[in-house]
Design a protein around this ligand. Structure first.
Ligand SMILES: NC(=O)c1ccc[n+]([C@@H]2O[C@H](COP(=O)([O-])OP(=O)(O)OC[C@H]3O[C@@H](n4cnc5c(N)ncnc54)[C@H](OP(=O)(O)O)[C@@H]3O)[C@@H](O)[C@H]2O)c1
Length: 284
């Protein structure tokens, strides 16, 4: 998205960590072709007030980003958050509720293993919508949509986040424990697990919302993604192999936590979360 916004002539600053050597060179390959420089800032107070903040970080990093840059973020015009999972930094975001805040879900794929070089490896689609119901569609959504189409406004983005949650709870945890590409999940034993994971997600959703999100809808969404990404090794599997923390506490761990809170049994999501935590500790 940074490269696409720069190509549109938008002013963009990238916030780098204080201990990192700022690298203004950015090369993007694949579905986005870009070679240029990006303004790198290490002091968040240098970010102009009234800027739109785009925060695409791992779920477990969001609370730290919001507290580390709290003073500067309070001057933002709008905030765009993009991560897998649910339940990240909820209390920190509540404190920022006076600023329009939007969730950005994407099926694009991008990765990097060298600073300043990004591979835009999968061309997907994006949706942006309000984190809190009082926040209305903004003209900035058009700028994002022009930069990286197709990007659609979804007033009920929270429901879409739950569908994405079911997809990640099913594919990421199950394929990671099997140490297999997504396509392996088409086999019968994995399909039975997917149905149970989705039943538990649907049950928790029903407790927290007034509308219906049937388990069958979730299973269909999971299997659609499995078919589209048969040869992919999911991000959790890659994180485990690279010794990085996973987002498990915000995926199956989130369903487990909400289930416990509302006395709803979530045995398979709890089991998957436990097994991923053990695996994660073992490879550290
Ligand atoms: N990549 C994809 O294809 C894709 C697709 C769909 C959804 N997602 C989801 O999108 C989210 C982001 O994924 P990603 O692949 O972009 O993750 P990522 O490669 O780990 O990128 C996150 C970036 O944020 C930086 N960061 C974190 N905390 C920071 C801080 N306090 N100050 C400055 N920089 C900070 C990280 O720096 P460090 O490396 O120094 O920690 C890292 O460069 C995840 O929830 C992921 O599941 C990703």
């Amino acid at each position: 998205m940074s490269a696409r916004l720069l190509q549109q002539g938008q002013a963009l600053h990238q916030l780098s960590r204080p201990y990192q050597n700022p690298n203004p060179q950015l090369t993007v390959m694949g579905y986005t072709q870009f070679r240029g420089t990006v303004s790198q800032l290490q002091d968040p107070t240098k970010i102009p007030s009234g800027a739109n903040w785009i925060i695409p970080v791992k779920a477990w990093q969001l609370a730290s980003v919001l507290s580390t840059y709290s003073d500067a973020i309070h001057t933002a015009k709008e905030i765009y958050i993009s991560h897998n999972g649910m339940g990240a930094a909820e209390s920190e975001l509540e404190l920022l509720r006076h600023i329009p805040c939007f969730d950005w879900i994407t099926t694009h794929g991008a990765w990097t293993n060298t600073a300043g070089i990004v591979h835009h490896s999968g061309h997907g689609e994006s949706w942006v919508g309000p984190r809190f119901p009082e926040h209305q569609r903004s003209a900035s959504v058009d700028i994002l949509a022009t930069a990286l189409p197709p990007l659609n406004w979804d007033a009920n983005i929270q429901r879409r986040r739950w569908i994405k949650l079911a997809i990640n709870c099913s594919i990421n945890a199950i394929a990671t424990l099997a140490d297999k590409e997504n396509g392996a999940l088409e086999e019968k034993p994995f399909q039975l697990q997917i149905v149970q994971v989705c039943n538990e997600v649907a049950q928790v959703y029903r407790q927290l919302h007034t509308d219906e999100l049937p388990a069958e809808t979730l299973v269909h969404a999971v299997n659609t993604v499995i078919k589209q990404t048969r040869n992919n090794r999911n991000s959790m599997l890659q994180d485990i192999h690279a010794g990085r923390p996973t987002e498990i506490d915000f995926l199956n761990g989130y369903i487990e936590k909400k289930g416990q809170k509302h006395q709803l049994p979530t045995p398979l999501n709890s089991e998957l979360a436990d097994k991923i935590r053990i695996l994660s500790n073992r490879v550290k």
